[in-house]
Write a protein that binds this ligand. Structure first.
Ligand SMILES: [Zn+2]
Length: 250
């Protein structure tokens, strides 16, 4: 019998909670560690839709990247994901910044998506490597769109792009000095003042969207669980980015 706690302990080996940021809130955020688990759904976010999928699938557990509880809850309305989890007797394990930085986690998955080689990591969230071939800034934009199924926006530097820095999720200025060592940067999202800094840097920088740069980690989590617990039934939730581009034919 596999329990929620056994899956917790396994994930603790892959991406220890001790590596999470002090402000973060990863871990077993809902449910009972002693509960038996036969079916698991992995996801980027514990949304009401993902909970509906897990409940329809007969799952006992959702393993997700973003914490379903982050800020203190002052009320628990009936449409809140935590309320819905309890209604469906679903546990939720959320592996956040500790999964960003882990070997094979969010940052490594993003670097692998672009086939980067010679990868270095100055901080846990950043990976810099060499692209399989040099390309123009606009070719890189097309590559990012196809690879991450997104529509980038950003700024173009001059000259070909050989080295690429990747950063999943929300970028702040603290990581810029390291990222700017590469010819180009691909990241999830950033605030206006960081856009100004990037535009001024003379480098190519493509903002690909938070969802697009992190979504693949739900498949990574599923792969880890299937390998460690072959008897578990593991499903990757069907998720879409919360925003869409209106002229996108998809
Ligand atoms: Zn994120």
């Amino acid at each position: 019998m596999i329990t929620v706690q056994m899956i917790f302990d396994f994930l603790q080996q892959k991406a220890p909670l001790s590596a999470a940021e002090p402000w973060d809130n990863p871990g077993l955020l809902a449910g009972d560690g002693s509960k038996p688990v036969r079916r698991v759904v992995t996801a980027l976010d514990v949304t009401p839709d993902v909970i509906r999928q897990a409940a329809a699938d007969g799952a006992e557990l959702i393993v997700a990247h973003h914490p379903v509880i982050f800020a203190p809850l002052h009320t628990l309305p009936a449409d809140h994901p935590v309320y819905l989890l309890a209604q469906h007797s679903l546990a939720a394990l959320c592996w956040h910044t500790n999964l960003d930085v882990a070997a094979g986690g969010v940052a490594d998955t993003l670097a692998a998506a672009f086939g980067l080689t010679g990868i270095t990591a100055a901080d846990g969230y950043t990976r810099i490597g060499t692209l399989p071939r040099a390309m123009t800034p606009l070719e890189l934009a097309g590559t990012v769109n196809r690879t991450l199924h997104t529509r980038v926006r950003g700024c173009c530097g001059t000259g070909p792009v050989r080295t690429l820095a990747v950063f999943g999720g929300a970028l702040d200025e603290n990581s810029l000095p390291h990222l700017l060592q590469a010819d180009a940067i691909v990241f999830g999202e950033c605030k206006h003042h960081v856009r100004l800094l990037l535009a001024r840097s003379g480098k190519t920088a493509w903002e690909a969207g938070h969802f697009a740069t992190e979504h693949a980690v739900s498949s990574v989590l599923a792969g880890w669980l299937r390998e460690a617990f072959p008897q578990l039934h593991v499903t990757v939730a069907e998720e879409r980015a919360p925003f869409f581009t209106p002229d996108d034919p998809a």
